[in-house]
Design a protein around this ligand. Structure first.
Ligand SMILES: [Mg+2]
Length: 337
C-alpha cells in the first residue's frame, strides 16, 4: 500500500477528495481554493473546531483509522450539541508523516464522512500538510441553530437542576486503563469503557429534543471532565453547584475500573474525561418534559443536583448526607496532570 511520499501531495489530496459527496447548501465544494456555502435562510451559523494530536489524545495502537475519524467528528458534534445546534459543513486539516499509508488516511476520511452523513452533513474542504513529529487531525464544523435559540454556559440560575446525559467518566477511565494495561487487555476486560472512549455517542438529537421541550437554561459538553466542565459553567453563570451522590447514576463498569486502577471512584466520576456528554441546567418546571424527551430517544439523562447561590462553590452531598468539596478536577491542557 502506497505511502504519502510515494504518491505525492497532489495525488493524495485528489484521492481524499474523490470520496466526498454532494451536500445541500454547497455552491462550490471541494477542489477549488475555498468552498462557497449558502447558509439556510433564517438560521444562525454556529462554528467550532477541535484537534486530535497523536500521543496526546490517542495512540495509533489504541484506535483504528476509521474510528479515529468518527471520534474527531464526535468531538466537534459535542460542541454543537452543547449549543443546541445541528451540523452542516466541515473542513478537515491533516498533518501526516510522509510514511503514512494513503489507504489508512482514506479509512480515516471515510470515518469522518460517515459520522457527518448521519446528520446530513459533509466535508466541504480540507488541507494536507507533511509533518515530521506527532501527527494531528483537525476538524472545523459549521452548524445551524434557529435565531436566538442557541444554549450558552451563562444562563444557569440558583435553583435550576443539574442534569447529565450518559455515563460520565467512562472515557477517562478507558484512557487510564489503556495506559496501565494496553489495548489487548482493555478490549477484552472493559469493552464498554473502551467504546465510550473510541466511539462516543453524539448528543445532537438529544439536544434538539431538549431544545424543543424547553427549560434548558445553560449547557456545556463534558470534554475535560465533570468537575472541570461544571466549574466552567458555574463560573460563566455566576452560580455554585451541589451534586447528590444518591442521584448519581450507578456504573458498575466504572466502579470495577476504579478497583483495577486502585483509585477512588470519585476520581473517575469527576476527573479528566472527554465523554462528550451534555451537562445541563434545567428549570425545575421542565424536569418532566426534559426527562420524557430523553427517554423517547432512549438516552439516559440523570438529574444529579442543583445550582446554588454560592458562586464557584462545587459541593458534593455524600450518600451519608455529609457535604464535601466536589472531588476531581478537569483536564488542564497545559497543566502537569
Ligand atoms: Mg465544549
Amino acid at each position: 500500500m502506497p505511502t504519502l511520499r510515494e504518491i505525492g501531495e497532489i495525488e493524495a489530496v485528489s484521492r481524499l477528495r474523490a470520496a466526498r459527496l454532494e451536500t445541500p447548501g454547497v455552491v462550490v465544494g471541494p477542489g477549488d481554493d475555498a468552498a462557497v456555502l449558502r447558509p439556510p435562510a433564517a438560521a444562525e451559523l454556529v462554528a467550532t473546531t477541535d484537534v486530535l494530536v497523536e500521543g496526546r489524545h490517542y495512540r495509533s495502537d489504541w484506535i483504528q483509522a476509521a474510528a479515529l475519524g468518527e471520534r474527531l467528528v464526535a468531538a466537534n458534534l459535542s460542541d454543537l450539541a452543547a449549543m443546541a445546534a445541528r451540523p452542516l459543513w466541515a473542513l478537515v486539516s491533516i498533518g501526516a508523516r510522509s510514511e503514512h499509508d494513503i489507504e489508512d488516511l482514506l479509512r480515516l476520511q471515510a470515518g469522518i464522512a460517515r459520522a457527518l452523513e448521519a446528520h446530513d452533513a459533509a466535508v466541504v474542504g480540507g488541507n494536507l500538510a507533511a509533518v515530521e513529529g506527532a501527527e494531528w487531525f483537525a476538524l472545523t464544523l459549521l452548524g445551524e441553530v434557529e435565531p436566538g435559540c442557541a444554549w450558552t454556559r451563562s444562563g444557569a440560575r440558583p435553583g435550576d437542576l443539574i442534569a447529565v446525559s450518559g455515563a460520565p467518566g467512562r472515557a477517562g477511565a478507558a484512557v487510564r486503563l489503556l495506559q496501565a494495561l494496553g489495548i489487548a487487555e482493555v478490549a477484552q476486560t472493559a469493552p464498554e469503557l473502551l467504546l465510550a472512549w473510541s466511539s462516543p455517542a453524539d448528543r445532537i438529537e438529544l439536544a434538539g429534543a431538549l431544545s424543543r421541550a424547553g427549560g434548558v437554561t445553560a449547557a456545556i459538553d463534558i470534554s475535560d471532565g465533570m468537575a472541570g466542565d461544571l466549574a466552567q459553567l458555574c463560573e460563566a453563570s455566576g452560580v455554585g453547584a451541589e451534586l447528590d451522590e444518591r442521584a448519581w447514576p450507578a456504573d458498575a463498569a466504572l466502579a470495577l475500573a476504579a478497583e483495577r486502577l486502585d483509585v477512588a471512584l470519585d476520581d473517575l466520576r469527576f476527573g479528566p474525561s472527554d465523554d462528550y456528554e451534555l451537562l445541563l441546567a434545567v428549570d425545575p418546571a421542565s424536569r418532566d418534559a426534559c426527562g420524557r424527551a430523553a427517554a423517547d430517544l432512549g438516552v439516559p439523562l440523570a438529574v444529579v443536583g442543583r445550582f446554588t447561590e454560592a458562586p464557584g462553590v462545587l459541593a458534593w452531598r455524600t450518600r451519608e448526607g455529609a457535604l464535601a468539596a466536589l472531588p476531581g478536577r478537569g483536564y488542564d491542557h497545559f497543566g502537569s496532570a
